[in-house]
Design a protein around this ligand. Structure first.
Ligand code: DGP
Length: 155
C-alpha cells in the first residue's frame, strides 16, 4: 500500500472516528498494562496517594468514608471519581461487609450529580478488570455528565 502523505495522515488522525478508535485503544492498553503489572494492591495506587494527599487532585467532596475528585482526563464536561477510603481493589472483590459502603458511594455520587447541576441526566460507571478497562485498582465510580452522552458505551 502506498505510504500516506503527511497531509493525508494528518487528516486521518484528526478525523473524529480515528480519535475515538485511538482513545479506546489507549484505554485498553492502560488496563492491560495495569493488570499485567499486577497493580492490584489498592494501598499502592495513584488513588491511595491522592487519598493520603501525597499527590494533588481537584477534590470536590470528602467525608469519613470517601472522597471525590475531578478525573485528570475528563470525557465530558463533568467527570468526577468517587473512591472509598477503604482500599477495595475492584467491585468484583467487594463482599457483603461492604454493603453499607457501596450504598454510601452511590448516594454521594447522586449528591454530587445534584451539586454539579446534572439534572438533565448523567452516567455512573464502574470499570472492572482488564476487559472492563479498569486501569487503577482502587474501586472508583465515574460520574460523567454535563453534555449529551452516547450509548452504547463500547463493545
Ligand atoms: P479506570 O479506567 O476505570 O480505572 O479509570 C481510571 C481513571 O482515573 C481514568 O479515567 C483517569 C483517572 N486518573 C488516572 N490517574 C489520575 C490522577 O493522577 N489524577 C486524577 N485526578 N485522575 C487520574
Amino acid at each position: 500500500m502506498a505510504a500516506l502523505s503527511h497531509r493525508m495522515l494528518r487528516l486521518v488522525l484528526s478525523h473524529p472516528t480515528t480519535r475515538v478508535v485511538r482513545r479506546v485503544s489507549d484505554e485498553v492498553t492502560a488496563a492491560a498494562t495495569a493488570a499485567a503489572a499486577g497493580n492490584k494492591n489498592p494501598s499502592n495506587t495513584i488513588f491511595s496517594r491522592i487519598l493520603n494527599k501525597e499527590l494533588p487532585a481537584d477534590i470536590v467532596y470528602e467525608d469519613d468514608k470517601c472522597i471525590a475528585f475531578r478525573d485528570v482526563s475528563p470525557v465530558a464536561k463533568v467527570h468526577l471519581l468517587v473512591i472509598p477510603r477503604q482500599p477495595i481493589p475492584s467491585l468484583s472483590v467487594a463482599n457483603n461487609t461492604d454493603q453499607n459502603l457501596l450504598g454510601h458511594l452511590l448516594l454521594v455520587t447522586k449528591q454530587l450529580a445534584d451539586e454539579h447541576n446534572l439534572q438533565e441526566g448523567y452516567r455512573v460507571v464502574i470499570n472492572n478488570g482488564p476487559q472492563g478497562c479498569q486501569s487503577v485498582y482502587h474501586l472508583h465510580l465515574h460520574l460523567i455528565g454535563g453534555n449529551q452522552l452516547s450509548w452504547p458505551p463500547g463493545t
